[in-house]
Design a protein around this ligand. Structure first.
Ligand code: NI
Length: 160
């Protein structure tokens, strides 16, 4: 089933409350727990969601609206990880930063008319795609990281 635009936006609206439910009560030990040595901790996943919202997800959307078929740069997550700003890394700061950033993204999407949903961009990994398709990726990205947080918590609770 292809999600409607309203469904896509309502999934994006649910992510912040879901993250609050899953992470706001966690101890630092659980927030920093890694199920495997290379895996991201829940704190790092939250930081990634905040940064992606500001610098990848919404930035790409804004470029699609304002530029004619912009060529979007690839985002290097390993590089992000090495250089990431950890200055606002408490769970309360991360959740409140995410709330602000997500509200700004939704503010833009709520103003979209049919023509904005159909704007296009080019990306070396995804080829040409529309703003609607991009919001579909965005929703998938949210859901992937929510599942990753749930699986970190499950692994933490089973740990000896
Ligand atoms: Ni990601």
């Amino acid at each position: 089933m292809v999600a409607t635009r309203t469904q896509l936006m309502s999934t994006l609206e649910q992510t912040h409350p879901t993250l609050v439910r899953l992470t706001s009560h966690l101890s630092d030990a659980e927030l920093d727990f890694r199920p495997e040595s290379e895996a991201w901790s829940t704190r790092e996943i939250l930081a990634h969601l905040v940064d992606d919202e500001m610098f990848v997800m919404r930035t790409r959307l804004e470029r699609m609206v304002k530029e004619e078929r912009p060529v979007l740069a690839s985002h290097d997550e390993k590089k992000w990880y090495r250089q990431r700003n950890t200055a606002r890394d408490t769970v309360d700061e991360l959740l409140s930063d995410f709330a602000v950033q997500r509200a700004a993204s939704l503010g833009i999407l709520r103003l979209f008319r049919a023509e904005e949903w159909e704007r296009t961009a080019y990306h070396p990994e995804y080829d040409y795609f529309t703003a609607e398709k991009w919001v579909g990726y965005w929703v998938e990205h949210d859901l992937t990281h929510v599942r990753q947080i749930e699986s970190n918590s499950a692994a933490f609770s089973k740990k000896p």
